[in-house]
Design a protein around this ligand. Sequence first.
Ligand SMILES: [Zn+2]
Length: 284
Amino acid sequence: MRIGDWDIQIVSGGTFRLDGGAMFGTVPKVIWNKLMPADEENRICMTTNCLLLRSELSGRKHVVLVDTGNGDKEDEAFRGRFQIEGPGVLEASLAKHGVQPEDVTLLVLTHLHFDHAGGATRLDASGAAVPRFPKARVMVQKQELEDARRPNLRVKASYFPWNWEPLETAGLLDTLDGSAELLPGLSVRLAPGHMPGLQIILVKGGGRKLVYPADLIPTSRHIQPAWVMGYDLDVVTCVSERLKLLDEITGSGTVVVFEHDPDIPAGTVSRDEKGKYFVTPVEV
Ligand SMILES: [Zn+2]
């Protein structure tokens, strides 16, 4: 898909499974199980749709990746618990588009939970974690880095320092403090709720728009504003941030990429005659 100066593709960081109840919070299982059926361990199939954006601006080539999936550093027990696909899924997906890890110039991490930042580093031959994209500047919100370094007990299980510390050691990690335009037509915006430092991505140009809401709206099913996740730290803020975004994009033709949706990776949002939000799938 082309938006303004940007060529955009969805690349896969691989599938995994999470508890369906945790993904749908207070939504009864009889409802969500019809939409995303649970396995014998109550887990639902999820994916990690990462975003690849390429442009040539003022003679300079930009290869931007947004999020990286779970990566492949964790041990077998951990990978089994979440049925993490891999290893090598993200590289293979990038290679299909002719992109090698060293080609990536900018990596934007929406936040540092392992299912988003795990692929930012890899294990080298000696077993040390090193940046997977050695030439990429990495951008994350300052608030998120602080929360990752000193996580409270409620979110601690989602943060593994080897997902970002090697980036800091290599001098690749930059922090942002709120909304910013990273490159012409490509911006980030704070969208607290899931985590206070979650940033979402907006691409604009030629009268078209794309938004990548990450865990603000993780699947097309979560387009219902009150269907928040058990993983969301501040559900009230999450609902109001969703409503704010939905107000902007509903009926506008803005393409939404759903990071964790295995069936509908992208779509536009409308409302029916009763006011209920629905997603019409589109190809990216
Ligand atoms: Zn996630």
